[in-house]
Ligand binder design. Structure first.
Ligand code: KG4
Ligand code: ZN
Length: 391
């Protein structure tokens, strides 16, 4: 089964084409392209939805083209027929993309694809809409069924493939599993009884972990996205035994539930920096590095404590991690230790599959073929789409 996965929920325009062998449980990534808009959003200190929409409109056709070339599926058609007005009207709200679509799509042959899967939420609605309209227009042109997918399920599934030579093996994890989803927009602990059956057992009450890293980084004078920069400075501080001028709080670490709160940590850093820079004094390099280290330690302490409690509470067999923040080696190392101490299996995504990508949406498509629909269905962007009920 071949699936074209399209992802535009935030600031990555991403398309992947995979082939899954259901019997052998193997996945071949035939083409995979991620176009990041980080540089464009950096000057805004975060992702700016209207800009993200505009960029997706510009990038979707080139990203599709690159993916099809990589998959060796970009061929010229025998006859070139223009796109019908009904199909083009799907893109009426995306004029830039509509023009590029009308020009490019008739020049290529329908690719050998069984399904097109598309993120319908959660995410930034203006950004989601672009991908949804694009997927519907492709589906209408080529007569390929569409599968609406949840972005967070994609993050979970990205950890289920393990590289083996030229392809990937699809893991069959033992359940119940616990998924830790940590990104710029989300912080959730999800109880998984089987693939497709998700319950939210804990989530952030305010800022997401990545958002917390990014905001603290900004207070420390570091540019967006701040997470990787904090991580680097924290490593330097540890190597040279630099401490934070003051300890930072571990919000909600002792609460009985599995919820998180990170805005207090952000505020604590803000006050500390205000105090240290009172009379126009600049922060020293040691102070910045020390605060970065303490920030990372505080976040890690909270995550590990909550995960340890949840593992016991739900008799967990597997931990599955997803989201861009798992690129953080300190958090990764502590999760590895937690899994080892609890004698349970830890599934981590390959680093380049942890941030948003089309592969995870193609995989979500594979597991959701029962939800297939066609281009006549008006799929909606659902900014706050939940993965499952809150328990
Ligand atoms: O999953 P992702 O690519 O996008 C969202 O869906 O949000 O995650 C991006 C987030 C950003 O907040 C970024 O600062 C954070 O992941 N991040 C990190 C690291 N690498 C990326 N945070 C901490 N340490 C890192 N090494
Ligand atoms: Zn994401």
């Amino acid at each position: 089964m071949k699936i074209l996965g399209i992802e535009t929920s935030c600031d990555e325009t991403a398309i992947s084409l995979i082939e899954v062998d259901e019997k052998k449980r193997t996945v071949h990534i035939l083409g995979n392209t991620v176009h990041s808009q980080i540089d464009i959003h950096a000057s805004h200190g975060g992702v700016f939805p209207v800009l993200a929409k505009r960029e997706h409109e510009i990038n979707l056709i080139p990203v599709l083209q690159k993916t099809l070339v990589e998959a060796k599926m970009l061929e010229k058609p025998e006859v070139k027929s223009p796109i019908g007005t009904d199909t083009l009207s799907i893109l009426d709200r995306e004029k830039t993309l509509q023009g590029a679509f009308a020009e490019f799509i008739p020049t290529i042959k329908k690719p050998d694809v069984d399904f097109i899967s598309i993120t319908t939420g959660p995410g930034l609605e203006p950004a989601l809409w672009v991908g949804i309209s694009f997927a519907r227009a492709l589906s209408a042109t080529w007569g390929i069924p569409l599968i609406p997918c949840n972005h967070m399920e994609g993050h979970i599934l990205a950890a289920l493939i393990k590289k083996n030579g030229d392809h990937y093996e699809l893991e069959s994890p033992k359940f119940p599993a616990l998924s830790l989803l940590i990104s710029g927009g989300h912080t959730q602990i999800v109880l998984i009884e089987s693939i497709g059956s998700y319950k939210i057992v804990g989530e952030t009450r305010d800022d997401a972990i990545g958002e917390c890293f990014d905001k603290i980084a900004r207070t420390l004078g570091l540019t967006y996205p701040g997470g990787p920069k904090i991580s680097k400075l924290a490593d330097e501080a540890r190597a040279s035994h630099i401490q934070s001028p003051e300890p930072l709080p571990r919000p909600m670490i002792d609460s009985k539930d599995f919820d998180f709160s990170f805005s207090g940590l952000k505020t604590a850093v803000l006050y500390l920096v205000k105090k240290l820079t009172k009379d126009g004094v600049q922060l020293t390099e040691n102070q910045i590095n020390g605060i970065a280290r303490e920030t990372e330690d505080a976040v890690t302490d909270v995550i590990i404590t909550k995960m340890r409690k949840a593992i016991e509470a739900y008799a967990i067999e597997t931990i599955i991690v997803g989201g861009g923040v798992i690129a953080n080696t300190h958090i990764r190392t502590h999760l590895e230790k937690l899994a080892q101490d609890s004698s349970i299996k830890l599934l981590l995504p390959q680093t380049d599959h942890s941030t948003d990508n089309g592969l995870m949406i193609a995989l979500a498509g594979f597991f959701n073929t029962d939800n297939k629909t066609d281009s006549r269905t008006l799929l909606k962007a659902m900014g706050t789409l939940a993965l499952g009920p809150r328990v």
